[in-house]
Write a protein that binds this ligand. Sequence first.
Ligand code: ATP
Ligand code: MG
Length: 218
Amino acid sequence: MIALENVRKVYRTKRGEVPALDGVSFSVAAGEFLTVRGPSGCGKSTLLLTIGGMVRPTQGTVTVDGKDVYALSAAQRAAFRADNIGFVFQMFHLVPYLTVLENVLLPTAAGGGSAGEAEALALLERFRMTDRAHHKPAELSTGERQRAALARALLRRPGLLLADEPTGNLDPENAAEVMSYFTEYHHEGGTVVLVTHEQAAADHAHRTVTIRGGKLAQ
Ligand SMILES: Nc1ncnc2c1ncn2[C@@H]1O[C@H](COP(=O)(O)OP(=O)(O)OP(=O)(O)O)[C@@H](O)[C@H]1O
Ligand SMILES: [Mg+2]
């Protein structure tokens, strides 16, 4: 499902170059549940964004579902991402002036496709959010925000779900609920790459990789 070959990323900033990934190679099989761990600043988010087609590596190749992600044009990459990849962030990244339902429907606005309101409402029901569908994100609890973000990520039924510390801002009870939806998605055949510091979340995984200083640790 995913293959990274010698991926390097150096962020170029006004204050100079910041190395983030230093020659990372590994692959993830379809249907696998992988967690990524490592100290703050080691490159976990950069790695995930690179897999998700959002951060172009300085060197190396990223293949997802047989596609060389950065050989695609920007428009092709956006369409590929909308069709194949769901992304969940630690800070939810919901659009504040849209309702929950409108947020969940955003991927259809961006990428087209057939999933619509009925599917969005079904996902919200599954995540116990039906009575919040017409609320704005600011009116939600943090657990509800992350469940809305997860519904948005799953709307187009992606084969791959990437999540960057999705339970980092949640209390243990809400974290466990969100993790149970990841496990469900995985049992239905989805591939998961999850960045997490939390052992409870990592326990769901098949395999864990650790990053240190932009490299895979052994
Ligand atoms: N947009 C950016 N511009 C410049 N440097 C960046 C940028 N994003 C990340 N970095 C730097 O790249 C390195 C890796 O950052 P990254 O966010 O991938 O780490 P992380 O492992 O996700 O950390 P955390 O656990 O704190 O989220 C860090 O040194 C960081 O300061
Ligand atoms: Mg991070």
